[in-house]
Design a protein. Structure first.
Length: 328
């Protein structure tokens, strides 16, 4: 298997580095579902997959897909707000080997040399950082308290005014409210709420785009939110507002990237599960297995399915050679 060493997100400089030829990945024959004998516990896996630039698999006479070779590229890793050893300490080579085990049944096979490599599979993984719901709830509580004080002040002012037409004592305030200071305080809380809403919207949009939720949420952001689909819309919103483990696989034309230093995206698959109650090192196999059916094809929107937890044993890789980059 080819594994491209990378120090950053810019792939064009990366193509000038060496390519490691690795074998003996210790996949343990994993070609089907994770090896969880029981159906419990289950995790909900969200998958969004799409093809680009006219990519399509070629079928052989027997109806099977023509094998395509690939090399892995190490993409970006994003840690969550809290330290999580189940993912922070998870080696990229382990993730590559689990991916390889589920790419194989889809007729994606490891390449043995750069010249014979079809795809560069750039892999990103990490934990999303949701909007701080605590700050939002605190802002709501503060505004609610300010409104209560304003209403109480207005009621007191009305009571102090006495019957209609009766003169009010100096300094008692207007009958309609608690005076300029009270109104300014309430306006300040309203402005703070508006800012919090904006921050929440931005955080949700970022995570929705990262996880592949954005197209579906945008399509449903109409009257369907108030129909029988409101529960589904609420579930999607809850997903993007919680911490989630994710893996993203981007497939590029390897030869074009290696020789011409140009990136041409062919397909992308985004997969995720909630972080709370799960462990990345234990549940990543189930997540990838569920998403693997969409490698190289459209999922026709976001797919959320329950799958059994799986466990996978990883062997030690063995480096068998080094191939020079193009032009060397």
């Amino acid at each position: 298997m080819l594994l491209l060493e990378e120090t950053g997100m810019d792939l064009l400089p990366m193509m000038k580095t060496t390519i490691l030829l690795a074998a003996g990945l210790g996949l343990g024959g994993l070609a089907g579902p994770p090896s969880a004998a029981a159906a419990e516990p289950e995790i909900v896996t969200a998958v969004y997959s799409a093809v680009a630039n006219g990519y399509a698999r070629t079928k052989q006479p027997d109806g099977s897909f023509k094998p395509e070779t690939y090399a892995f590229g190490k993409g970006s890793y994003a840690s969550g707000l809290m330290r999580d050893r189940s993912i922070d300490n998870y080696p990229f080579m382990n993730l590559a080997r689990v991916l390889a085990s589920f790419l194989a049944p889809r007729r994606y096979v490891p390449a043995s040399s750069p010249e014979q490599t079809d795809l560069l599979l750039l892999v990103h993984w990490g934990t999303t950082i949701p909007y701080d719901d605590g700050s939002y709830r605190l802002a709501i509580d503060d505004m609610t308290a300010a409104m209560a004080r304003s209403q109480a002040s207005a009621a007191l002012a009305a009571a102090s005014a006495g019957p209609p037409g009766m003169a009010r004592p100096p300094g008692s305030g207007g009958a309609a409210g608690g005076g300029p200071a009270q109104d300014e305080g309430l306006s300040g809380y309203l402005m703070m709420m508006s800012l919090q809403d904006d921050l929440r919207t931005r955080a949700n949009a970022h995570n929705a785009a990262l996880l592949g939720y954005l197209p579906t949420l945008e399509q449903m952001n109409d009257n369907r939110r108030f129909t029988a689909l409101r529960t589904y819309y609420s579930d999607l919103t809850s997903d993007v507002e919680e911490s989630r483990y994710y893996v993203i696989v981007e497939a590029f034309d390897f030869q074009r990237a290696w020789k011409q230093k140009q990136l041409k995206l062919l397909w992308i698959t985004r997969m995720s599960i909630r972080a709370q109650g799960n462990r990345f090192d234990q549940d990543v196999a189930a997540m990838i297995w569920n998403a693997s059916r969409y490698f190289g094809r459209d999922s026709d929107g976001l797919v959320r399915q329950r799958v059994p937890e799986g466990k996978v044993e990883i062997g030690e890789p063995k480096v068998i050679g080094i191939a020079p980059a193009a032009g060397k």
